[in-house]
Design a protein around this ligand. Structure first.
Ligand code: PLP
Length: 968
């Protein structure tokens, strides 16, 4: 029987033999021995990785793991709530490869479906937050709050360094703010905003953050909130509101009381808790701040025919362009989850969302009434879904009594318990919980009564709710037709299908994106993520309830450590960029612990991914660029010069291995040694680990710390731009400085730090970790090594086949590349005028997603075929590239005019074929340039998108339906 590795790897022995012949290598082993420098080669597969297992065995093991988790009724709240994922969304988005295997929409012509879904997300966030512009997802609520803090500092009028934070903010948000504030010199000032800012010292304040509803459940009055935002503005500061978007269907939106920025999570819009993630965070800003938005923003522009077309606006590739001056380091975000949340709003519409919110509130009211009658009134008079109960000395007993009834609650401290209602809370649950609380609160009930705020019935808006009278939501929201047109399951299913049909994802064909590693995300790996035992778990559930998750997490950490040669791994960072930040903070913490805080220089090669420089700045480091030599390698002499120049200021070097040039640099050990000799630490960006697995260990050949991208090497799908997981792996001396978390269920057992959180949840995005766990379990150590072999062979095969048409820009020893190769299109442009853009768009007509464009070198394409493509598909790609070179030659020869040829005209839509055809090339040449395309051809829905036009006329919400009339 074929093993899983045989199915994951696209090329079989016969195909590999043919590829070896083209490359000129006698065997795969010989190829790898020649490509990977002997100085770092590991002869044996690393110990500590499992043997391969069959698909049914892996699923059975995952079942056993999942069964060690306990699904209870979670009333823990604190930013995570049980929710119903509409099955039509689960099946057609979360479980549909057309959505989950798509890449970030950098090529907008083949991404209109997910761009529309994200535009729905932005429109939803704009409407519910009451602000004017929203981005296309953030990593989670806590990091969104940190990004808002940094935005406020950039945008505030004054030069202040103090940021006031409402004490009634979730603990995880405060923890992430603390991690992010200190390195960049921000002083966090915890402030009680119950009565506004009247008593606060606003000197040097650049921003104020308030959470609505608060962590204790309190909903402040609009008058207080308006006084807070007005006082902030008077002081030249920005007002940031962390808002629950479900609540804003029934209470005033942040924009209505003067917020400049609103952030939060959209988890409770149909995205399972999943032990903490992944979920889409959001950020919205008032007009004027849109250019400060971190992450990605979808905007409406027009295509070559003038039809509306969407694309990423403004800062599409911001980190690459602005590097250390970037507004943020966020690259991969949470697109798939943003799509789910947006579709939840599309499916329910404004009335549906409001009804859900009203029901959530009604249950909280019922609970409050019962507890009040029993002598344990909620602490706050005004609340939405969360009650804080004052139970002096009895908080643990209350939690235990609730647990005995299969309900979990949040123990805020020895005297306070918080309970939250959600979409699934029933009357029976309310009764059960009330009984548990009252039985355990015992004689403390009357004390709690005394501690409760004075209840003034006159301030409640109606007898039927517990919201401040002045906090009612006014005005309509979600009025766009998209939030009204898809209410039946049939309509919703068809809408999702229609959008998916516009897009090109891995389920259609190869996506040869260098550095991004678009490999197979096997169905078996995806299967567990929706099981209730993994999906319906709260991140702050008791450790005993998450034993399965903790086993899986610790096993995966161990495997990743074994695969990389490091001693410790933290799975908390929820994207590569966050892993970078966590790794650099570990370096910073280490230097500080040795009394060497002055070490603040981070050396980064010119070729590095833009997130590297952006992360270094966020970690409080100064970026100094190291030159690369003529072969694209780190210039060792320049590095040594910089090490000497910065001497005791040297903190670290950040290199990528194999390099972003797709080359195994032979002198990597020397690079690492030079930095170590200078007292610095070595950060190895592990985004290209798929070229090392089974052959070399970064922790062994010189790295002190690396991040890995589980959404590359370890098969988590890209989801159209996230989720990702960016674990950080470190050697023992840095382990004490890896991320901690104040609320990790097993913090005590593992002696985890309570500080240093870089994500909202202790384990980041655990519900997708079974994907990587399954991949490793299925492949085993030998399979992982075979995958590396196949990936390197495929890249060298492409280099061998295409090198004569497009020079391969950089090669390593023996003329070999690693797992990707850079094709230089600048000579083609010089000879024919055809640009890298033209080639990328023309590939769409040939049925391909373009390779990575102009990174790391402008005017080039970086091709990464991965191990999962078969030879037929790789050949089809090579033939397309050869045919395109021939087309370019015809342009160069003057056979086709420079401004009217199939390349500048690409991509061609079906619509563009109708009507008159005045081009010097035929319709068939336009859309069927090579044989075999007719069967199942991918038709792009729009022609080339005009990005600059969209940036000049920024539209970031759903346009009126009439705007699309011109299309047909
Ligand atoms: C070399 C390199 N480093 C870092 C990153 C950042 O990872 P993420 O997008 O997960 O934040 C990437 C992403 O493409 C990358 O290619």
């Amino acid at each position: 029987m074929r093993s899983f590795a045989d199915r994951h790897i696209g090329t079989d022995a016969a195909a590999q033999q043919r590829m070896l012949e083209a490359v000129g290598a006698p065997s795969v082993d010989a190829l790898l021995a020649a490509a990977v420098p002997g100085t770092i080669q590991h002869a044996q597969v690393p110990a500590g990785l499992p043997g391969p297992a069959a698909e049914h065995e892996v699923l059975a093991r995952l079942r056993a793991i999942a069964s060690r988790n306990k699904v209870r009724t979670s009333m823990i709240g604190q930013g995570y709530y049980d929710t119903v994922t509409p099955p039509v969304i689960q099946r057609n988005v979360l479980e549909n490869p057309a959505w989950y295997t798509a890449y970030t929409p950098y090529q907008p012509e083949i991404s209109q479906g997910r761009l529309e879904a994200l535009l729905n997300f932005q429109t939803m966030v704009i409407d519910l937050s009451g602000l004017e512009v929203a981005g296309a997802s953030m990593l989670d609520e806590a990091t969104a709050a940190a990004e808002a803090m940094l935005l406020a500092r950039r945008a505030a009028k004054g030069r202040g360094h103090r940021f006031l934070v409402d004490v009634d903010t979730f603990a995880q948000t405060r923890a992430v703010l603390a991690t992010r504030a200190e390195p960049v010199g921000i002083e966090l000032v915890p402030t009680d905003l119950t009565d506004g800012l009247a008593a606060a010292d606003l000197t040097d304040v650049f921003g104020v953050l308030v959470q609505v509803p608060g962590a204790s459940g309190r909903v402040p009055s609009r008058a207080v909130l308006e006084s807070v935002t007005a006082a902030a503005h008077d002081a030249g500061a920005l007002a940031v509101v962390v808002a629950d978007l479900l609540a804003t269907t029934v209470i005033a939106a942040p924009g209505e009381y003067g917020a400049d920025v609103a952030v939060g999570t959209t988890q409770r819009f149909g995205v399972p808790m999943g032990f903490g993630g992944p979920h889409a965070g959001y950020m919205a800003v008032r007009r004027g701040l849109e250019r400060q938005l971190p992450g990605r923003l979808v905007g409406v522009s027009k295509d070559a025919d003038g039809a509306p077309a969407m694309r990423l606006a403004l800062q599409t590739r911001e980190q690459h362009i602005r590097r250390e001056k970037a507004t943020s380091n966020i690259c991969t975000a949470q697109v798939l989850l943003a799509v789910m949340a947006a579709m939840y709003a599309v499916y329910h519409g404004p009335e549906g969302l409001t009804a859900i919110a009203r029901q959530v509130h009604a249950r909280a009211l019922e609970l409050a009434a019962r507890l009040r009658t029993g002598g344990v009134p909620p602490r706050h008079e005004h609340f939405f879904d969360t009650l804080e109960l004052v139970v002096p000395g009895r908080a643990e007993s209350v939690a235990q009594a609730a647990l005995a009834r299969d309900i979990t609650v949040f123990v805020a401290d020895a005297d306070h318990v918080r309970v939250s209602t959600d979409e699934l809370t029933t009357r029976a649950v309310v009764e059960d919980l009330a009984a548990a609380v009252l039985s355990a609160a015992g004689e403390t009930a009357s004390a709690g009564n005394l501690a409760a705020e004075h209840h003034d019935a006159a301030t409640s808006s109606t007898a039927g709710d517990a919201l401040p009278t002045d906090m009612g939501r006014t005005g309509e929201f979600l009025t766009h037709p998209v939030f009204h047109a898809h209410r039946s399951e049939t309509a919703m299913m068809r809408y999702l299908r229609r959008l998916a049909d516009k897009d090109y994802a891995l389920d259609r064909g190869m996506i040869p994106l260098g550095s991004c590693t678009m490999k197979l995300n096997a169905a078996v790996e995806m299967q567990a993520i929706t099981w209730p035992e993994l999906a319906r778990i709260h991140p702050f559930a008791p450790a005993d309830d998450v034993a399965g998750y903790l086993d899986l997490i610790h096993e995966l950490e161990g495997w990743l450590a074994a695969a990389t040669g490091y001693d410790a791994v933290s799975l908390q960072p929820n994207a590569g960029s966050q892993g970078e930040l966590a790794g650099l903070l570990a370096i910073r913490g280490y230097h500080a612990s040795r009394g060497e805080s002055a070490r603040d220089v981070c050396l980064i090669p010119a070729s590095a991914h833009g997130t590297n420089a952006a992360s270094a700045v966020l970690a409080g480091l100064r970026v100094v660029v190291v030159a690369t030599d003529g072969n694209g390698n780190v210039d060792l002499a320049d590095l040594r010069r910089l090490v000497a120049e910065h001497a005791d200021r040297l903190a670290a070097v950040m290199i990528t291995y194999p390099s972003t040039h797709g080359v195994y640099e032979t002198q990597v050990r020397e690079v690492c040694a030079a930095v170590h000799d200078g007292g610095g630490q070595v950060y190895i960006d592990g985004a290209n680990l798929n070229a090392l697995l089974g052959h070399a260990l970064p922790g062994e050949f010189g790295g002190d710390v690396s991040h890995l991208n589980l959404h590359k090497t370890f098969c988590i799908p890209h989801g159209g731009g996230g989720p990702g997981v960016g674990p950080v792996a470190a050697r023992a001396h840095l382990a004490p400085f890896l991320p901690g978390h104040p609320l990790a269920p097993d913090a005590g057992q593992r002696r985890l730090r309570l500080d240093g959180a870089v994500s909202a949840a202790p384990y980041g995005s655990p519900s997708i970790l079974p994907i990587s766990w399954a991949y490793i379990a299925l492949m085993g150590a030998e399979g992982l090594r075979a995958a590396t072999d196949a990936a390197v062979l495929a890249a060298n095969y492409v280099a061998a086949r295409l090198g004569e048409y497009y020079p391969v820009l950089y090669r390593g020893a023996d003329g070999l590349v690693a797992h990707e190769c850079i094709l230089d299109l600048r000579p083609l442009r010089a000879a024919t005028g055809v640009t890298v853009d033209d080639v990328a768009k023309r590939l769409i007509d040939y049925g391909f997603h373009a390779p990575t464009m102009s990174f790391p070198v402008a005017g080039t394409l970086m091709v990464e075929p991965t191990e999962s493509e078969d030879l037929g598909e790789i050949d089809r790609f090579c033939e397309a590239m050869v045919a395109i070179a021939a087309e370019a030659a015809r342009v160069g020869a003057g056979e086709w005019p420079a401004d009217d040829n199939p390349l500048v005209g690409a991509p061609h839509t079906a619509l563009s074929l109708t009507g008159d055809w005045a081009h010097p090339y035929s319709r068939a040449e336009a859309v069927f340039p090579v044989p075999g395309l007719a069967d199942g051809k991918y038709w792009p829905p729009v022609r080339r998108v005009d990005g600059a036009y969209g940036d000049r006329h920024l539209v970031c919400a759903c346009p009126p339906v009439e705007a699309f009339d011109s299309v047909v």
